[in-house]
Design a protein around this ligand. Structure first.
Ligand SMILES: C[S@@+](CC[C@H](N)C(=O)[O-])C[C@H]1O[C@@H](n2cnc3c(N)ncnc32)[C@H](O)[C@@H]1O
Length: 437
């Protein structure tokens, strides 16, 4: 992150005229949206990009700054605490946290981090706090190492309710997840069969290819030709574990943007992808076409859609809290609340019941969520059993490349602390069932 290269021109009354800085303006709007209004980052990003007439580079830089701040929100609050004798208004705290994040995590030169924060406060009608920001950020810049010493950063950066909830997976799991969430996620792609590993990529044990964080997928050779698609290593597992085969009729419920549809289509099965959100249909269709795959995409609510004939297999990648994707979407940690889970679980149960009814006797169902929450994972697998679905556990052989993700029940449980030496993975839960004959 660099400073604005142009010197400030004098404005009225000899005051330096604040320079436009769309990157920090957008990041500030995003952060205020998350922290004050529990608004998702992507929602604010689109809105703020329009307001500040930003170009794609500003947008990307703003996203990176906002994400770095959110990834370390608890630590940044703790670092600032000793310098604030009185509680500042929340937007001022947000600007200070953003300034601190640039100093502590983004290697922004101190004069730029301090100067741009002061300008931001002036632009936003918060000039009375400019002096405070100047003094606090200068101190942070000089005492950086000492300020972080002794802080339990992974613990501070996770809201208490999530930390406690993750302990249901084992006492060491919350810390492992938090450590996995403390850095940017790498870029994983899934290759079409027969495509060579692109230069710079590392082949993972599940067959995914991994690139360093910040790699732009559209710039990798083979993207336009449809040689691969973006998909986290953990996200490849549910479709793989459905075991779809040529000649089978399968449905991919809740399908956009279509990573799992692509996997299923490549098995040779006849695939119907069902997605209810019209805004997400173009991405699904675009991906199917870029990859040159054959799959029927239908815009419909999967709780009421019915296949023309009973299906051999169904993949249900249900909507969820998405806490498993917090490496890429750190806002999730601060936007979601415990009370959101009951509504999501009710939707997941409705989708499970609908999926069950689509199957022929003996047909298979994989239920998956990118959530780390018990309510959306194991509790839903038990609900599926109560609906008359018969468990069909994942075997040791099927998960031989990732044995630590196989639970005693034969479910799949991944989290950002797994494959720590390789760069981690998203959090997923999956369970497989058959419909009794
Ligand atoms: C977790 S995302 C799916 C990701 C996708 N399976 C993939 O691998 O690329 C969940 C999707 O379900 C869709 N969705 C939510 N409720 C739905 C419903 N009742 N019927 C169909 N789709 C639904 C959402 O719009 C969203 O696109």
């Amino acid at each position: 992150m660099t400073s604005s290269p142009r010197p400030a021109r004098p404005g009225r009354r000899g005051q330096p005229r604040p320079q436009p800085d769309p990157t920090r303006d957008i990041a500030f709007d995003i952060l205020c949206g998350v922290v004050e209004h529990r608004r998702m980052l992507d929602t604010s990003l689109s809105r703020a990009t329009e307001t500040h007439k930003a170009d794609p580079r500003d947008r990307a830089a703003a996203h990176r700054l906002a994400a770095a701040t959110l990834r370390h929100l608890g630590t940044l609050r703790a670092v600032l605490e000793p310098f604030l004798r009185k509680e500042p208004p929340e937007p001022v705290r947000v600007a200070l946290m953003m300034g601190c994040a640039q100093l502590l995590y983004l290697e922004t030169p101190p004069h730029a981090a301090v100067g741009t924060t002061v300008s931001l406060l002036r632009r936003r009608g918060l000039a009375p706090f400019a002096g405070l920001a100047n003094a606090v950020l200068r101190k942070v810049a000089t005492e950086m190492g000492a300020l972080l010493e002794g802080l339990d950063q992974p613990r501070l950066d996770i809201p208490q309710w999530l930390w406690s909830s993750w302990a249901t997976m084992g006492p060491k799991v919350p810390r492992a997840i938090a450590t996995g969430l403390s850095h940017e996620a790498p870029l994983d792609i899934t290759l079409r069969p027969g495509v060579a590993v692109p230069e710079g990529g590392v082949l993972l044990p599940n067959g995914s290819v991994r690139f360093p964080a910040g790699t732009r997928v559209t710039e990798l050779p083979g993207y336009e030709q449809g040689d691969f698609w973006v998909q986290d290593a953990a996200a490849t597992l549910p479709a793989r574990l459905l075991g779809a085969r040529e000649g089978e009729h399968v449905a991919d419920l809740c399908a956009a943007p279509g990573g799992k549809t692509a996997q299923l289509a490549l098995t040779g099965a006849t695939v119907t992808a069902v997605e209810n959100n019209p805004a997400r249909m173009p991405r699904l269709l675009e991906n199917i076409s870029r990859l040159g795959l054959t799959a029927q995409a239908i815009q419909a609510d999967a709780t009421s859609w019915q296949p023309p004939a009973p299906l051999d297999a169904v993949l249900l990648d249900a909507p969820c809290s998405a806490t498993g994707t917090a490496r890429r979407h750190p806002d999730v940690l601060w936007v979601k609340r415990p009370r959101d889970l009951a509504g999501l679980a009710a939707t997941q149960d409705r989708l499970l019941a609908a999926a069950r009814d689509m199957l022929r006797p003996g047909g298979r169902l994989v239920y998956a969520v990118c959530s780390l929450q018990e309510e959306e994972g194991p509790a839903r697998a038990r609900a599926a059993e109560a609906m008359g679905l018969e468990p069909m556990p994942f075997t040791e052989e099927e998960l031989a490349f990732l044995p630590e993700a196989r639970t005693r029940e034969g479910w799949l449980r991944t989290h950002p602390g797994l494959w720590a030496d390789k760069g981690g993975m998203d959090g997923f839960f999956a369970a497989r069932f058959t419909r009794k004959g």
